[in-house]
Each structure stands twice: as structure tokens, then as C-alpha cells.
Design a protein. Sequence first.
Length: 716
Amino acid sequence: MYTTRPLSLYKNAPEAISLPPEGPNSGYLVLQDEESTPTCCFGLCKNPSIKDLPFPQNKLLTIEYHVHSDQGGYHTYDKVYLIPVVNQPLSSNRYYAIKADGKRKGEAYASSKEEDMGTCCFFFPRVRDVKPRPFDPDDIYQQFEFSTKNTCTNSKMLVAQSIAPDGHPPRFLRRHGWEMSGQTPKNFIMGEAHGLDFALRAHLPDFSFPLSQESSNSVVVGKWYCPFMFIKEGTEKDQVQISVFYEMTLEQRWERFYTTQNSCGQANKAINIDVVVPTEMVRIGGNEAMQVEQNDATGVVWFKTIDGNKGAEAEVGLSKLIVERMVWEEERGGWAKGKEKQVRVVKEEEYGGMWTSYGCYVMVESFVLRRNDGSLVLTYDFRHTHQLRGNWEPLCLYKSHPDLLSVPPEGPGSGYLILEDADDVGYITTWSGKKTREPIKDLPFPQNKLLTVEYTSGEDNYVDKAAFIPVVDQLLSSNRYYVIVAKDDDKKAYTSGKKEEEKPKPYCFCGSGIYIPDKPPKTLDSYDIDQQFEIFKRTGESFSARSVDPDRKWYGPFMFVREGTQKEQMERTMFYKLTLEQRWERISACKNGDVGGNTVALTVVVPTEVVRISWTEAIPERDEAKTKNEMGLQVKIGLSLVIIERMTWEQERVGWVHGNEKQVMVARMEKYQGGDSWQKFGCYMLVEQFVLKRLDRSLVLTYDFNHTNRIRCKWE
């Protein structure tokens, strides 16, 4: 099982060629990419010539030799696939040589032994080539080591020798002075294969799917390529014509192995599971198969099945190296083989509420083998019986089918109401506190219940009763509600805090900037955005809410800003408005003619903070004449340290990094993935900017925070 690497990697970083393959029975396949393709005619044409190691595997190679004679000579051509020897680093320069044409197409070239030596007409010893034979990865006579030598004209010449001490390569490799070129056949469609994605594998697939599904969607967590010699289906000649390389992916899914129904809707009913689960299962073309033979002489594990549709027997052979590698991958992921390839699962499950159906699922990792055209060959399932999850279908529709939350209302001016069967009044808790009744633990909120919102701060406890009504024309998944006052006779809707034109009361710079008194509830207007609130689920059983109106800002009293005298400030503006804005800002750009190729190397030093006073860049300096709680900017503008710390806190909680000396070096390697050529390239960085203005909207100061952790690139 091989992973792939671009040839340009080894051209740019030659030391990478010495890295050993990851894990047993593996290796690297080298793909010649656009950057590593040689050109001629001043770059106008691609040069098929290959003059150096390592050799690319996404090319059909032709070895050409010029034979000199009195009649002027002639050329010989031998087509070959050169596959790196398994379990060897590319620096070993060891390859299997597979015949790519002729009667023995698909078989492996082998070195001749001393006992194969013959004599010519003058009784001189002569090497007699042995015929290509079926591939054997352990046969050292089928392995060749390549190298380069300098000729008398100081040019490079490729040479080959046998790995076997007494071996002699076939004549087309044994002769000195041959040349190599490559071409791309139609059945050589190969992409990147980086092996196992450890982080994605550990994450496990999403379990939020309805119980009606027998399995979750599969997630690909690994990808490799297997040369055809390690797969047996039909003759080698047929395989080469269909698929020189097979794609092997590792996919995860949750698969149901036990289910039961609770037609009476009983609560707190225990479920006892006692099921025998197979730990391995092989399918050929979707039909279950059994291992029937393991031929130690050829090292092939055979699987056979009966095609129910055609009544014909299908069989596929896998090299024992592939089977051993698959088992190794699974065992390091926690899989246990079990006795006779099966495990007995015994466990008890219990659900506290009302339920109708239950299913128990096991984590299944499948190695999926496909031909180059995408057609399925074989799947090899490994069931991880240490990874089990139960799925209950409660009486609540949206708990069992969360995807229904995203179903839009039927027609304009409509929406959905949620009905809960329980009789108790629920709680929505935003802080710790004692409760005497079952709290509401998740969204969406029910509309046939009067809800109690409880908040505890220190020794004070606040309780409000309210009805939460979904906003009209909105999906339930938007979590947007009208909140209706329930404690007064006149049921009115809560409304968001003061708008810009209303004067807020001064208070210390904390929370939302200043203290904004609550607006009195008013008659519901379904299209008034100030009467709409978005609810968020927090940790545990708590919730938080924010206004849907995006135009929310901070206000700071003039005492926290210094520009001129306080008397002048009070006459001009009692409050300053502080808004947070986002934008993408370009940090680097280039044209194709400046770099050439499809890779752009980017190294830029970016300041993490930029301050401007009235659009002119400023340098933050501490003014000794001011108090310790103030920061002065070129003596013209002063901001309270409280404001500086709050802005910094806002940025750090979304990933902003201060950097050394307020700057960060951005070093990236970007590659163009488009099919056509590109003209221009630009790299952009997310900038979050605090904008400080007076109430007459005149600009005072901007404070930019450059998020070098959020970079995006654009190609033209």
C-alpha cells in the first residue's frame, strides 16, 4: 500500500528522499507534476525525457537504446513500469521492473543467475536473459537498483544493476548508454494519496442521523494506491489494460447490529443486548465473500463468492502484504480480532424518558479497493466492538430527526410550533441554582409551555416567566424567537436595548461598553428586528441570547478617551461610539511572469496591530505625564487601559496572536490547482478594526488587529 509524493518535493527538498515509508508493507509512489516536468523550446514544449532519480510512477516509461552497425544502426524500445520496492526508502533507488508490452505484458523482469550463463560461437561466456515471470515481491532477482554516472561529456547516464549478488539484469537494462522517456496513458489517472489522516480517524463520523438509517454516511480517513501486481483478478495482461494502479481508501461509518421497538412507549425500560458480531467481513462487488485459500508459495490470500445475479463465481486475490498492512492499521486503531473472527457483545442500555425505537451501532472501518475507473473490486470490513453507541428514538420528533429543523415553513407568513408532552413547566437556566422541576436542556423550545428563565448572580436570584415563539418565516434551526412577557396581564414583547439615536446612561466600560437600561416591552411587531432574539446553547443546561439586530456597538464616556481638555470634550461629545468591523486586506501579490510555474512562495512580515488617528498611522507610546491607567498615542489621543485590554480580550478569544514585537512572519507555499494557467495571485489576511467616533460621526481613531491565523488566497 503506497502513498504518493510529488516529484517537485524531491527536487526542492532532496533530503526528503531518505524518509522511510510509514508502517510495514508500504512505500512511496512519485507523481510527476507540472512543476517538475522538464521543458524544451524555451519552455514552449514539454520534454518527455527522464534523466534522474527518482522515477515517476504516473508515466509509462520507454527505455531506448541505439545499436550501432555498419549499416547505420537502429533503435530498440522497451516499455516498462518501474515500481519502488516495498518497505524501502526512495533513496535506495530500488525498483520492480514490470513489462508493459508484448506477450508477457504485466509480468516482472528478473535477473539471470550464474547458472543461466551460456556461451557464444567462440565459447566466450554470455548472459542469457530469463523470461519475465509472475511477480513475487520477495524475489530479490526481480529487484533492480538504479543510479547515475557521469559520462566523458560530463552528462548523466542511467545504469541498473541487480540486487542479487550473482544476478545480471536483462539486456535492455544491462547495456550502457540507454535513455528513458515517459508518457501518460489513459488509465493513469492518479491523485494525491497521503495515507492515514490520524486526526480525522480519531474524530469518528457524525452520529446525528435518524434511527431509520442502518448506517451513517461513510467518511474517508485514509487513501493509498496498490500497484496491480499486488492484486489478482484475471490475467496480468488484462489488469494492465484496465488498471495499473488500484485505489485503496479507509472509510469509517456507524453500522447498526441490533434494534428493538417499544410500541407501548414505556419509560425506563431496560434493554439487554446479547449479540454475536463478526469482526471481519469481505465483499466482492457488494456480495459477501469467504477466504478460501492462502498459497504460501505465491503469498496471495484468495477470496471467492457466488454472484447471485449471474450465478458465476467471482474471486479476487490480495497479496499477503496488503492483508498484513490492513490488519496492522486496524490493530493500532484499537481493533481486536476476536475468537474465530467474531465477538459476543453483551451490554445493558436504559433510557430515562419515553421512547419508541432503539438501535445499537458499532464502528466499522472498511478498506475499499477500486479500479482506476472507479469501479468497485472489494471491501474489507473491520468491526470495532470497543466503539459502540446507542441511538434512541424518543417521542419528540426533532430529537430523533434534527435534520427536520432545517425544513422551511410552508409558504409566506408561517412557521412551526413545538408541542411537548410533559406536564411540568420547564426551566431555562443560565447559571447554577437549585431546581425542583426538570429543566429544558436543549433547543428548540416548546410553545405549549410557560417557561421560567432563571439567572443567579452572587447571592441574587432573578426569575422571569416568558413564552418563546419562533420568528415567522424562519427555520427552527435559526433558533430565533419572539420573547413574550408572561407576568403581566398585558402580554407584550421584549425589545432589544437602546438604539444609536437614544442616549445611554454612563457607566464603567464593562460588559457591553456602558449600562444600557432595558426598553419597556411593547406590542409585538413580527417584523421589528429589535423584538427578535437568537438563542444559543451553552455548556451543561444553560443558554444565552443576543439581539438579531446586527447594529450593536459599544459606547464609552468621554472620561475614558483623552483628546484636548475635558471641558472641550464635554462640549463636543459626552460619549464616543466604538464599532468592530471586519475586512480582507491583501498582504502580498504577484504575477505569473514573476515566479513561473504553479507554486508561489510567500514570506511576509505582517504587523499584528496598526493604529491610525484620522487615517494617519500612529505609534502607541506610554505618556509619562498621564496616569498608569491610560495609554497615549503620539500625545494626541489617549485611550484608557481598560479599553485597550477589552479590545485585546475580544481579539484573543477569537484566535488573534500578539506576535513578537507586535509582528508575525507569514511563510506559506501556495499551489495553483486550476486546470488552466494563472495570471495574478493575491494573498489576503482578515483584519478586525475597532473604529472610534464621536457622536457627530467624525472619526477619532482606528485600531487594527491583523489575524495572521486567517489567510486566504485568490488566483486570476
